[in-house]
Design a protein around this ligand. Structure first.
Ligand SMILES: [Zn+2]
Length: 96
């Protein structure tokens, strides 16, 4: 199946669309987020957050298709934020 999802520059996996939180200041309906648990960006985030902030958390790579901006999206568990992933079946509702 062909998709036009961007690939994560850190692990090469296709990034998933993730619904922007209602309270966020981001424009647009969704961003692309790498939800691969093998992603080195995410995998090394646990140790980084532990050593710098003494918290059990990490972050996933995020790309805003509206602005091209990107950066870390904080997560507190491997399951965190997955409820807001947009399945490909809903592409017609959110895509353009
Ligand atoms: Zn990745």
């Amino acid at each position: 199946m062909a998709t036009n999802h961007p690939h994560c520059p850190h692990c090469g996996e296709p990034m998933l669309r993730w619904t922007n939180p209602q309270s966020s200041t981001w424009d647009g309906e969704f961003q692309y987020v790498c939800f691969s648990d093998e992603c080195p960006y995410y995998a090394r985030g646990w140790a980084w957050m532990e050593s710098h902030y003494h918290v059990a958390a990490s972050y996933r790579y995020r790309l805003d298709p509206a602005t091209g901006g990107h950066g870390p999206l904080p997560v507190w568990s491997p399951q965190a934020l997955r409820n807001d992933i947009i399945p490909d079946a809903e592409e017609a509702m959110h895509g353009r």
